[in-house]
Each structure stands twice: as C-alpha cells, then as structure tokens.
Design a protein around this ligand. Structure first.
Ligand code: ADP
Ligand code: MG
Length: 339
C-alpha cells in the first residue's frame, strides 16, 4: 500500500486561501483599510489606479511594524490580534485570521514599507507570489504603506473574470464608504487615477454621512437613539419621502463592523410600513453595539455576515426604535450638526 497524502506547500495553501479572501480589487481595499484601522491610524489614504487592476495602495499613520513583524505579517495565520481561541469571543479588532496579507502576497506583487515611531529607520519588503524578492532597511515615515500591483498576475482565470473598471471601482467605493462610515473619527482620503475622489476630514457621524452622500442628505436624516441592556442603537434613518429605488444607502454596523443582515433589514422595512411607496427602500445608517460575546463573526472569511445569539430581541428593539424616531421626525432638529 502506498501513502499518497501530502501537506500542501505554503504558497499553494496561500493561493487557495486567497480564493476565499480576495475576490476582486475591492476585497484588497477592505483588508488593507481594516489593517490600518487596527493599527490605530487616524489618517488613511487610499490610492487606486484603473479601478485597482493596476495599483491599490493604502498609506496610514498607524503604529507600524518592526522588521521582524514586517516579515512575519506575510505568513499564514500570523496575527498580532488574537493569541488564543478565547480571544475570539471578545474581539475588538477588524482582523484576527492572519490571512489577508499572506493571501494578497500569494496572488500579486506587494511592496510593504513600515516604520515604528521609536525607530529611526523602517523596513521595505517586496513579495511576488509568496516569494520574497527583497527586504532592506529604508527611510520612511512612521506608519505603513502597502502597495499591491498586478493583482491575480498568476491566476489568469480570476483576472479575466474581473468586471469593467466602472463596476470594479463601484465595489471599491462601496468598501471605502463602509469603512469610512464606521470610523468618522478617522480622516480618509481616496485618489483614483491621480485625482481626488474623497476627502473626508475627521468629524462626527452626521457630518461623515453628509460628506459622503452630499449636502442634500442632511435634511433627510432622522436620528435614531436607543439604549437597552442588550443593544445600543445610534445613527440615522432617512425620512420616508426620501426613500430610494436602490438600496445604496442602507448600512448596518455592528460594533463598528459593516454587516449585511436581511433579517434586520426587514425590521427597518416593517417600521416604515405604510409610509413609503412599494418598491422603494428607506435609507439607514445605523450603528448597533452589542456585547461581543453575544455575536459570532467567524462564520465567513470576509466577515460581512455575523450570527447573533438573540436575533428576535434585536429585531423587536430595532423596529420599535425606528418607529419611535419616525413618529417624532417632524420635530427633529434637521440642521443640528452636533448630534
Ligand atoms: P490580521 O489582520 O487578521 O491579523 P493580516 O494578514 O491582515 O491579518 O495582517 C497580519 C498582521 O500584520 C496583523 O496582525 C498586524 O500585526 C500586521 N499589520 C498588517 N497591516 C498593518 C498595518 N497597516 N500597520 C501595522 N501592522 C499591520
Ligand atoms: Mg487584516
């Protein structure tokens, strides 16, 4: 009898994982922006060329990495964010799988420049398809710059599957919006093909929504505030008469993480019942805060779905809170920027 099972080499395992983590340029954008936030950055710049097909670069002023960590960050399951399985139940970082950089470096040309505040000099590392091409000491500001070129250079099927620049850019902008909305206290800049697409200064939540979706948004925002033992809600819904034909202004954040939840979306729709025309969708920008122990965000690698312990209770609280706000909206202060 012959033994035929082998452990896959790392670069193959990385490429397989990349299939899950990196679907398109926007997935890279999401992972890099989240890493910058986890690094404590308060200013984050996203630079894109050709909808990310030619270049995706994220520059932050976060805490940077040591030379050793810079090298380790590209290993699979290498993370500074959790140490044990218990940590999974009290996550307060975006990342924890230690998969993103290893995956991205398996399917692109990556250049990392990073420096910690206390160090005079930083580190530059170049990796192509999991292979380290260069690592040396360099002059670079405190923080991290990650530059991703030639995405999917070694996976022609993925490259060919990419959509038009318009469509890929749309996906990138969607990710950028989600991250920027979740963190109004961080400055975000975005450039596409050399021109500025977004310049979002540090602000409060209402201002951030308005800076992204335009000044006209301001008058339609109705604050939603609720605090119970299991759920804290803050944010805004759009007045019913401003409901849209598309779902482009529907955002749930749970503990500062964008999530998709058809079930909670239903709670909002039901709060708007009778107030809107059929086929239109209410705008909402809602932050839900729950005990991290009561959710499981580990069910999907891209982490846009989570599992709640007690969905029914959340549904009821959310629906009631939105209904209450809508009942009061004609007396809500429309131009109050301090909320
Ligand atoms: P995860 O975010 O799940 O830990 P990643 O592969 O995204 O996994 O990153 C691996 C590690 O590299 C992180 O845990 C962090 O220590 C480090 N790292 C990545 N990006 C940055 C950054 N912008 N600034 C500082 N450290 C970073
Ligand atoms: Mg990460």
């Amino acid at each position: 009898m012959a033994d035929i099972i082998q452990l896959l080499p790392d670069h193959v395992a990385n490429q397989i994982a990349a299939g899950e983590v990196v679907q398109r340029p926007a997935s890279v954008v999401k992972e890099l922006l989240e890493n910058s936030i986890d690094a404590g950055a308060y200013s984050i710049k996203l630079i894109i060329k050709d909808a990310g097909k030619t270049l995706i670069q994220v520059i932050d002023n976060g805490k940077g990495m040591s030379a050793t960590d810079a090298r380790l960050s590209f290993e699979r399951h290498a993370t500074s964010k959790i140490r044990s399985a218990e940590d999974l139940f009290s996550l307060n970082t975006k990342g924890f799988r230690g998969e993103a950089l290893a995956s991205i470096a398996a399917i692109a040309h990556v250049e990392l420049k990073t420096k910690q505040d206390q160090d005079e000099l930083g580190t530059v590392i170049e990796i192509e398809g999991s292979e380290i091409k260069n690592q040396e000491v360099t002059v670079t500001p405190t923080g991290t710059s990650l530059c991703v070129k030639h995405l999917f250079f070694n996976i022609p099927a993925r490259r060919n599957f990419l959509k038009s620049n318009n469509v890929e850019l749309r996906h990138i902008v969607d990710e950028f919006h989600r991250v920027a909305l979740a963190h109004p206290d961080i400055e975000f800049l975005m450039y596409h093909n050399g021109s500025e697409s977004f310049n979002l200064p540090k602000s409060n939540y209402r201002q951030r929504v308005v800076n992204i979706f335009g000044n006209k948004t301001n008058e339609k925002l109705v604050p939603v505030v609720e605090e119970t033992e299991v759920l804290k809600i803050s944010g805004f819904v759009g007045k019913p008469e401003f409901a849209k034909r598309t779902r482009t202004e529907q955002f749930f954040f749970v503990n500062n993480r964008f999530i998709k939840s058809p079930y909670l979306n239903h709670a909002i729709n039901s709060a708007f019942e009778g107030l809107m025309k059929d086929g239109s969708h209410p705008s909402y920008f809602l932050n839900l805060t729950v005990d991290p122990k009561s959710i499981d965000i580990n069910i999907h690698p891209t982490k846009t779905e989570i599992k709640f312990d007690d969905e029914h209770t959340l549904y009821a609280i959310l629906r009631a809170a939105v209904k209450h706000s809508l009942g009061q909206f004609n007396i809500a202060p429309v131009l109050d920027f301090d909320r």
